[in-house]
Write a protein that binds this ligand. Structure first.
Ligand SMILES: Cc1cc2nc3c(=O)[nH]c(=O)nc-3n(C[C@H](O)[C@H](O)[C@H](O)COP(=O)(O)OP(=O)(O)OC[C@H]3O[C@@H](n4cnc5c(N)ncnc54)[C@H](O)[C@@H]3O)c2cc1C
Length: 528
């Protein structure tokens, strides 16, 4: 099944020149904090949340300064560029049910916002060791065809065996899934990818977590969608089209940055925030590096919650520091490769359910947007490895990681090593805030400190330690701006949260681990 790119020109055709937007300043009807006109609101972090806040403030004609530590905007949703090729770290679909976010995204991107079809499949090995692709979302006839009579029989016998003789106790993910789907299906389609994502054996993942995750996207829900479609895009993981900026997600954040600057706001790069100085319940100074200081009227911060606590001076009370110290993260890295020849597969991305390789997912950037790959004779892919900062994979030299990437592509039968033109590595620390047994209490303790502050608000994904996608990260920023400018009392923490691990739309407060792993990054100082 080939991706239909027929509605799109090839990248060698000139992209239509982006029309200049008319950026009108619209002062707010009332200003709850008059000092916001005199002194800038300082926004910490130039990712989706920080930039959204800054854009809205700049549009109101209020002074705003964004401080971003890196030399590029976009945060986790940035686009890496090498020799004209563009790489999305993780594959960012723009899809939201929040009307105001949808409107904002279209306002920023205008005709540069493409509508793209989704195609993704599962790569797995059948019992004879042959690599195969299974359509995902599942399609009934495809499952029958790809499994074939031998594997279908195995699946059925193992399913019936589990139904007749279920394992008595169901404490782990492994036991829960095997009881419901049979051991064979568990081994083929649940075990390896889950272990790659979470970094522990499925025997160390809780049964409750499986029950919560799998109940809404069971084989049967997927099978229902396979036969009857996914009307109304109810399950986000099964959406069949989404928006995407012509040049990758980074284009959204770069355009937003240009707009903020055109409106008189500042977006400053290479500005690592190091200290947050409070006087009672008010933030009075933001320090960058050792010798730069900004005096804000208010601060909207998308810094990871852990770091924000660590940077506060005077230090919050001991229990807040202890709570912040225990927050954990799962990290990930992308090995981006440009290869000579045709695309390796037509999908946007494929899930790798083969336990013999480390890679978890592979993105194919031409299918996201043909403009990501300027040379039609090259293929451009991103291999995603889930890891913990400080572990063996994370610490591996870049060149070795590139070699690992191309070796695994060969193992999967997708590319030959001599096709490699060049490759590079992007590490994404704190890609996923971890929900462990204690995280909710820890966040509650930290909130009790934040709630007492007058002009400092945390927003975003790591800013709230929630699985917020970029739409919900943006929405938290919108609510924060309202609270400061209009004096509303929105509860930022109530903005919907959505898991990106399995991309389903629902609240996910459960933690996966029976015993959460002690990670290297927990030893890091709270502030650097
Ligand atoms: C693998 C993966 C796939 C994803 N797929 C999707 C998807 O398909 N659709 C979707 O909508 N969302 C997706 N997301 C989620 C999306 O990336 C996040 O919701 C979004 O990037 C969060 O925005 P943010 O501004 O809160 O945080 P971030 O993107 O983390 O930005 C925070 C910014 O703060 C900066 N910063 C940190 N410390 C400092 C400091 N001390 N001083 C100054 N600046 C600092 C960082 O450099 C960064 O630029 C995905 C995430 C991952 C990991």
């Amino acid at each position: 099944m080939a991706q239909d790119n027929s509605n799109l020109p090839t990248p060698s055709d000139d992209a239509p020149a982006a029309k200049r937007k008319e950026l009108l300043v619209q002062p707010p009807p009332k200003l709850a904090r008059p000092d916001m006109r005199e002194k800038p609101t300082v926004v910490l972090g130039g990712g989706p949340a920080g930039l959204t806040a800054a854009y809205l403030l700049a549009k109101m004609g209020l002074p705003v300064v964004v401080l971003e530590a890196e030399d590029q905007v976009g945060g986790i949703a940035k686009t890496a560029v090498r020799e004209g090729y563009r790489f999305d770290l993780g594959g960012h679909r723009f899809f939201t049910k929040a009307k105001e976010v949808e409107t904002l995204w279209h306002e920023i991107m205008a005709e540069e916002f493409l509508t793209r079809p989704r195609m993704s499949r599962i790569y797995w090995r059948d019992s004879r060791g042959h690599g195969k692709f299974l359509d995902y979302p599942l399609r009934g006839p495809d499952v029958m065809k790809k499994l074939g009579p031998i594997d279908l029989t195995k699946a059925l016998v193992s399913y019936l065996w589990a139904a007749v003789k279920p394992k008595g106790k169901e404490e782990t993910f492994e036991e829960w899934v095997s009881n419901r789907f049979g051991r064979w299906l568990f081994n083929q389609f649940f075990k390896s990818y889950t272990e790659k994502v979470w970094g522990v054996p499925t025997s160390e993942i809780r049964a409750d977590w499986a029950a919560q995750r799998i109940k809404n996207l069971s084989f049967f829900t997927a099978a229902y969608s396979a036969f009857f479609g996914n009307k109304g895009n109810k399950v986000t993981s099964l959406i069949d089209s989404f928006n995407y900026p012509r040049y990758g997600p980074g284009q959204m954040w770069e355009t937003m940055t240009e707009d903020i600057r055109s409106l008189g706001g500042q977006v400053l790069l290479n500005k690592p925030v190091t200290k947050l100085e409070f006087d009672g319940d008010r933030i009075v100074k933001v320090h960058v590096g050792d010798d730069e200081v900004y005096e804000p009227s208010a601060v909207i911060s998308s810094l990871p919650l852990r770091n924000a606590v660590g940077m506060a001076q005077p230090h919050p009370r001991g229990e807040v520091i202890t709570a912040a110290r225990g927050l954990r993260y799962r990290d990930f890295l992308t090995v981006s490769l440009v290869l000579d020849g045709e695309d390796l597969f037509p999908d946007n991305w494929i899930y790798i359910h083969d336990p013999n390789v480390t890679v978890g997912r592979i993105q194919n950037f031409r299918s996201w947007s043909p403009w990501m790959v300027p040379d039609p004779t090259k293929a451009c892919v991103g291999l995603e490895f889930f890891c913990f900062a400080g572990d063996e994979l994370w610490e591996m030299e870049d060149e070795k990681l590139v070699q690992l990437g191309i070796r695994e592509l060969e193992q999967l039968g997708l590319a030959r090593p001599d096709a490699l033109e060049f490759g590079f590595v992007t590490r994404v620390p704190k890609a996923y805030p971890i929900y462990d047994e204690e995280y909710a209490d820890r966040v509650k303790t930290i909130r009790s400190w934040l709630d007492g502050l007058d002009n400092y608000i945390q927003v975003g994904r790591n800013g709230l330690h929630r699985y917020n996608n970029s739409d919900h990260s943006a929405l938290t920023a919108m609510r924060a701006v309202d609270n400061l400018v209009l004096g509303t009392d929105h509860d930022i923490w109530e903005v919907n949260a959505e898991s990106v691990y399995h991309e389903e739309e629902k609240q996910d407060e459960q933690q996966p681990y029976i015993q959460p792993p002690e990670t290297e990054s927990m030893k890091e100082p709270l502030a650097r």
